[in-house]
Design a protein around this ligand. Structure first.
Ligand code: FAD
Length: 339
């Protein structure tokens, strides 16, 4: 049930090393929720195994230590994963709300109800009007598109859907696009990433993946959007919210420069590109956002990790030094510069 949009090109090692997320994560969890145990070769050459079950009271969780370590603490050579049964039924439904704030309230209520959707996605007004309309080939001119689904035993799915509709329609007065409006999304969900729908050279774009609790997620959205709009008027800012939890969700924000607004000199283009990242990510962190939910840190975002962790950063650095005393594993990644 781990179905990231990169399913056709990424490896299980890659999923584990940066704590990847699939499209059904809202029910089945991120990849780290599907792991039982790991075999890891440490930087000093020992082969170690983490405890065979993921829930125990036998000290801190070593399995979690290696998940998300992006190859800086060891090489994962084996994993035992949970396998989920294929559901008998999977149903989707979509709504249009007048604005994304109302849709966010509806989505948060659905998560807090513990009805347990398998997926949910909310597109801001701009992305609804441009991308969602284009991918589905229908005119969604006004409002924010929210889609969700349930899967499992058919009679239970019917009941979950009935109660979810009461939240969407009874409490938040969403305009019902019906089951068809939700199935459009499920059938076309990967289209957004492929030619014809994806941005391309000479356009320049970045995906500002951020996660926050419900108390902060809208502030993060507005802080990023406002700083991009104000400081870089040539860029467009769009966002959708995917991978929902009972406490918050992920913001998949993007800035896009049209091709004719990208400086022709690659050094100027790179400087502009990095300036947008800097402003937007610092705005997200200052407003309670965490960078990030599933794309990982790598080399590019390493310079923000100290700001993110604050006084906990030396703890992380200490673990790196202890496990990799010679600094041979992915030097510079995860903000471990010079370690
Ligand atoms: C179009 C597109 C859509 C995407 N959609 C998603 C999505 O829906 N969800 C998502 O989570 N990501 C998504 N991604 C991001 C990306 O594909 C994932 O991050 C992917 O899991 C990376 O896997 P990989 O095999 O390519 O890893 P790589 O890029 O090769 O490696 C990633 C990092 O992991 C380390 N690593 C790899 N294998 C191991 C190992 N065995 N042990 C230790 N370290 C290791 C590498 O050293 C590197 O630091 C998307 C990317 C693209 C281009």
């Amino acid at each position: 049930m781990h179905l990231p949009a990169s399913i056709a090109c990424a490896t299980i090692g890659g999923f584990l090393a940066h704590r990847g997320t699939g499209v059904l994560s809202t029910k089945y969890g991120k990849i780290e929720d599907m792991v039982m145990s790991l075999e890891v070769v440490t930087p000093t050459g020992e082969i170690i195994h983490t405890l065979p079950v993921p829930r125990h009271a036998s000290g801190p969780d070593l399995t979690m230590l290696f998940l998300g370590s992006e190859g800086t603490l060891g090489v994962i050579t084996e994993v035992t994963l949970k396998v989920h049964p294929q559901p008998e039924s999977r149903q989707f439904r979509a709504y249009i709300f007048p604005d994304f704030h109302t849709a966010m309230q509806a989505g948060a209520s659905l998560m807090r109800s513990r009805l347990g959707p398998c997926a949910m996605r909310l597109y801001d007004e701009t992305e609804t009007k441009t991308h969602v309309s284009k991918v589905f080939g229908i005119d969604l001119d006004k409002g924010a598109y929210l889609v969700f689904g349930f899967d499992g035993r058919k009679d239970i799915v019917n009941l979950q859907m009935k109660h979810a509709r009461e939240i969407m329609e009874g409490q938040f007065h969403g305009k019902d696009l019906g089951a068809k409006g939700g199935e459009w999304w499920w059938e076309n969900k990967y289209k957004f990433f492929y030619p014809g729908y994806m941005f391309h050279v000479p356009q320049a774009f970045g995906t500002l993946d951020t996660v926050a609790d419900f108390a902060h997620i809208e502030k993060v959205y507005w802080a990023m959007k406002n700083v991009v709009n104000k400081e870089f008027p040539d860029a467009r800012f769009i966002g959708h919210f995917s991978h929902w939890y009972e406490w918050g969700c992920m913001l998949y924000a993007r800035f896009i420069f049209p091709g004719d607004k990208v400086p022709p000199d690659p050094r100027d283009a790179a400087a502009l590109y990095n300036a947008v990242w800097d402003k937007a990510i610092r705005a997200a962190i200052a407003n309670g956002g965490v960078i990030n939910e599933h794309h990982g840190v790598g080399l590019k975002l390493g310079r923000y990790v100290k700001d993110l962790y604050g006084t906990a950063m030396p703890v992380l650095e200490g673990i790196k030094k202890q496990l990799d005393p010679n600094g041979i594993m992915n030097p510079g990644k995860l903000g471990f510069a010079g370690i």
